[in-house]
Design a protein around this ligand. Sequence first.
Ligand code: C5P
Length: 253
Amino acid sequence: MARRKKIYEGKAKILYEGPEPGTIVQYFKDDATAFNAEKKAVIEGKGVLNNRLSEFFMTGLSQIGVPNHFVRRLNMREQLVRSVEIVPLEIIVRNYAAGTMSQRLGLEEGTQLPRPIVEYCYKDDSLGDPLVTEEHIAAFGWASQQEMDDILSIALRVNDFLSGVMLAVGIRLVDFKIEVGRVFDGEFPRLIVADEISPDSCRLWDIETGQKLDKDVFRRDLGSLTDAYTEVARRLGVMPKSSTPVSKPTLIN
Ligand code: C5P
């Protein structure tokens, strides 16, 4: 069988050429990395869970009219997505202080922010994805002013959607990261949400107990990452098929 052409291999995903022009197959690996890949592990089942969870969030976003790259899930680890010209920014939305914001500003983790705060990091692993301002983005031409307006509006819509979905299952959306890319439907480019939305790219805390249900479990050695992601999937009603109990065969008389 002919091998598919690999386009790109990242820390947690592999991208292959898709079956039709303008499509890509996104394969979710079990690899987990943190601190710009200084810490690495293979976490069995993570790829399957993130494939399902990203499908769930992207489908929900489509239903409320937030355009994104998801086309359809192909199997346990792969989904078909639209090919985009990625904007080299990580767009972070924060509702509560945590992580690098807490470190930078000396805020206790969990402090509620006066309003959602959007930050931008320049996507470059060799530089450790540094925080940048809109001045850098404009001066270096990473996105136009119109695109920055669109990015802000998309980021806040995703925040409202995800916060609501999580709140409904007793989870606080502390912060998250998205990426966006350009698609060319006609002459003009349009931005859509790309990459993935999963507990790898969000901070999710149980509202009652404060228990972390996201990649911080791995970053900070807080227990089983698979258990945490499975709990998120269970609450959202998104369970991989393999984990549904299979009844034993019974004799038919
Ligand atoms: O590390 P920091 O506090 O800046 O992360 C903010 C949010 O962005 C977290 O939810 C984290 O998981 C996510 N993030 C990410 N990929 C990165 C950096 C941050 O998904 N490269």
